[in-house]
Design a protein. Structure first.
Lengths: 262, 267, 256
């Protein structure tokens, strides 16, 4: 028997009361909308041999002969776009962060700009650019510049939001103007992060660049598209493997580089 | 008085990196036959395209075609994220080096890496012959890829927990399952749930694109309108997609903030 | 109640933490162990519930051989031994009540604990324990929203909820200020006197040891170098245990 005064259990938060049921109901609804037809599925399952027979039977020589140029093109698109995109995003991020930009108007403009860029998927950018500047790798580069700017902008501005304000204050107290203060006291603080993000975005760009060709924006995607219509996965799989190798190589390089810098 | 110079190693590293970047850019640009003038003329051309989209095609016919497709992208993204979350959760424990034996966790991590490596689009068109045209393929592609990324991220969260509470549960006679449920799970759930929501935001963009290969969603609409030069309608597709993404992003971001912050109870 | 029979502990890597320690602790004793960092205090405490397994010798608790116990037996033994830690070890994101309930885990089926269907008696025990350390009103507050002293009290409540026969405290006040430290030590002493729970406390503040202790054990380099009543301890004895003159960091004082 308790004779002590036990506190009342607080009611569950609005989020829990609404959130969980909504999530469950929405999930069921979504799966329903997508539809899963057992008959069709069984019929199509017999097609799986089409895929597995070719997929695990890579034609290396064909790939080397026909896809090398395109692969190089893919990597070049990634290099150019990530470099340009990230370096443009660098100053933009400072303008889009409260810590380094106290002017309300410009802060909102830059922040909204970065948010807007983020909402459009990379392939949509590619489609738009192919119409605007023509088919080919240039459209791809432009699309990935947007892609890189969007990601670097978000990551970097969040990092800048949490830097140590001390050095900035000191610089301004000694008479430096805003730009000088940011350049000397804020920029050095985030350089290690910038480098890490850059390498991460470079890797993402390589993967994205492979797909760009599907809409005619250059790179090895063009070849993948033509081959996939004929279900020639045996020609596609070696290409994918090359890309995987490239991506892993970059990952290893970035790990090594990060250890060297830090 | 002799002024000290920046240490040699640092300077070499800085110069090497700068040179690599410059050479990389030049090599790429020339290989792709991209000159600076093209960058200068590009904005003009983009402006021509954008202005051709206005006024937007807001006819009932257009809306009736586009909105269901955009909704389909939403469903694909959600369902794919749900699949990703449900399957990645147990897998992440197996992949965490502080929960499972080292050998098992290493193998699981490699498995997750392999799944992650394939972009959703590639997964989608490999699945197409088997699962057919339509949103099911898209959902599976998004779902499988999500299992890979979420699995890796979640396992890293698990590896970063404070082992203290686990020790106290163990010392009071709790079993290993008790340790997992009462020591690990409460610590990692907020971060992992916010990763799920973030993944949903990203999957929304991926699913919009999947339509290009016929795996459902609004991507097919956009590319068709662009090909047929029906710019006002293409503009509508873009605007509706952007609106949906913005709404989802805002809601998801505020929920994520709330999850990480947690509730304050007044006593 | 607790017998150490020739306990030696050598960690992998060669560090010898305990060297042939033998000790008898009676039921209801309030024992304080002092010694320098690395003298073996934490290790000794952890051999009692086998969080650390001795390389030689055995520990007998309540006539049960802890060192060689099977998994099942160990679980039962551990459920009767409560432990509190220097870093409190609360689950920060969980409420105070949830944290205290983890002390009842060994008594409740896994299924019930997952679903949160704690039996009424267990919840009552949790509330009573919280009441004993005078922190009942904070039952639903998040662990991380409490001060250090309050968190440690929750730790004590959690250990109490086990209804233990033995209470182990590993440097329970090392991260607390002088006033809060004394509050925590007061609770430990009170619990020992009112409930008769055998209590062993690791401390490195000598004045606290003298203030609250009854029986004092001194460890130096893994060996037992002092065992006697607190009242009989002189500064010279402390110097022997520490192997050097007493420093200001060994005293908690009244205002840090």
């Amino acid at each position: 028997m308790i004779t002590i005064k036990v506190p009342k259990k607080p009611p569950p938060s609005l989020l829990t009361v609404l959130g969980y049921p909504f999530a469950i109901i929405f999930s069921i609804f979504a799966f329903f909308q997508i539809g899963f037809n057992l008959e069709d599925f069984k019929k199509n399952l017999s097609n799986r041999r089409l895929v597995t027979d070719t997929l695990f039977n890579p034609k290396w020589d064909w790939a080397i002969e026909n896809a090398t140029m395109a692969l190089v093109e893919t990597i070049q698109i990634a290099i150019l776009a990530s470099i340009i995109g990230c370096f443009i995003a660098l100053p933009l991020s400072f303008y889009a962060s409260r810590a380094t930009n106290q002017t309300s108007i410009t802060y909102y403009i830059y922040k909204s700009f970065l948010n807007f860029i983020r909402t459009i998927p990379d392939l949509f950018w590619a489609m738009l650019f192919t119409v605007a500047v023509g088919l080919g790798p240039f459209a791809g580069v432009l699309a990935l510049i947007m892609f890189s700017m969007a990601i670097m902008g978000k990551l970097l501005s969040e990092t800048i939001d949490s830097i140590d304000m001390g050095p900035l204050e000191a610089a301004k107290a000694s008479g430096a103007n805003q730009n000088q203060a940011v350049f000397t006291s804020a920029l050095p603080q985030i350089l290690p992060n910038f480098t890490a993000y850059f390498l991460y975005i470079f890797e993402l760009c390589i993967r994205a660049s492979v797909i760009l060709g599907l809409v005619g924006a250059g790179g090895v995607g063009r070849i993948i598209e033509t081959q996939r219509i004929f279900l020639r996965f045996d020609r596609i799989s070696p290409i994918i493997v090359f890309i995987l190798v490239a991506v892993i190589a970059i990952e290893q390089f970035s790990v090594w580089l990060r250890r060297k810098i830090l | 008085m002799s002024i000290p110079k920046q240490p040699i190693n640092q300077r070499i590293l800085k110069y090497t990196i700068t040179i690599m970047i410059i050479i990389g850019s030049i090599w790429s640009a020339s290989g792709l036959e991209i000159t600076p003038e093209r960058f200068l003329t590009a904005p003009g051309k983009i402006w021509i395209l954008v202005s051709a989209m206005f006024p937007l095609d807001l006819s009932t016919e257009a809306i009736e075609r586009i909105v269901p497709k955009v909704a389909e992208s939403l469903f694909i993204a959600w369902a794919g994220t749900v699949i990703g979350a449900i399957f990645s959760f147990p897998i992440s424990f197996i992949a965490a080096s502080n929960v499972s034996k080292n050998s098992i966790s290493k193998v699981t991590k490699q498995f997750l890496n392999i799944i992650r490596a394939f972009p959703e689009l590639i997964l989608a068109f490999v699945l197409l012959p088997v699962t057919g045209l339509g949103p099911l393929t898209g959902t599976l592609a998004v779902g499988i890829h999500s299992i890979g990324t979420l699995g890796k991220l979640s396992s890293e969260v698990i590896e970063g927990i404070d082992e203290g509470p686990l020790e106290s549960i163990k010392s009071s006679g709790g079993s290993k399952i008790n340790e997992l449920l009462f020591g690990v799970v409460p610590q990692v759930m907020p971060t992992i749930t916010s990763y799920w929501l973030y993944r949903f935001e990203i999957n929304l963009r991926a699913s919009a694109v999947l339509g290009i290969v016929g795996a459902g969603g609004v991507g097919a609409e956009l590319i068709n309108q662009l090909r047929f030069r029906d710019f006002p309608r293409a503009g509508t597709v873009l605007v509706v997609t952007i609106l949906m993404v913005l709404i989802v992003d805002t809601i998801s971001a505020s929920i994520r903030r709330r999850i990480i912050k947690g509730r304050t109870i007044k006593v | 109640m607790i017998k150490f029979n020739n306990i030696s502990v050598t960690y992998p890597g060669g560090v010898k933490a305990l060297n042939n320690v033998s000790l008898d602790i009676e039921e209801g004793d309030f024992v304080i162990i002092v010694g320098m960092s690395g003298a073996g205090k934490s290790t000794l405490l952890r051999t009692i519930n086998n969080l650390v397994k001795p390389t030689e010798g055995e520990v007998i608790v309540d006539s049960k051989n802890v060192t060689n116990a099977s998994k099942k037996e160990l679980k039962i033994i551990r459920s009767e031994i409560g432990m509190i830690f220097q870093t409190f070890n609360l689950v920060n994101r969980s409420s105070v009540l949830k944290n205290v309930l983890t002390g009842r885990l060994s008594q409740v089926s896994t299924l019930r604990s997952i679903l949160g269907l704690w039996p009424k008696e267990d919840k009552d025990i949790a509330f009573e324990s919280l009441n004993k350390v005078e922190i009942l009103e904070k039952a639903y507050v998040r662990g991380s929203n409490l001060s250090g002293g309050q968190q440690q009290r929750v730790g004590i409540a959690r250990a109490l909820a086990q209804k233990p026969k033995v209470m182990l405290a590993d440097e329970p006040v090392a991260s607390l200020d002088p006033i809060t430290s004394r509050v925590v030590m007061k609770y430990l002493k009170q619990i020992n006197q009112e409930l008769g729970i055998t209590t062993i406390v690791n401390l490195h503040f000598l004045d606290l040891a003298k203030e609250f202790g009854e029986r004092l054990i001194g460890l130096k380099d893994g060996e037992l170098v002092y065992d006697g009543k607190v009242d009989d301890v002189s500064d010279k004895d402390f110097e022997n245990i520490y192997g050097r003159a007493i420093k200001s960091t060994d005293i908690l004082g009244d205002n840090n």
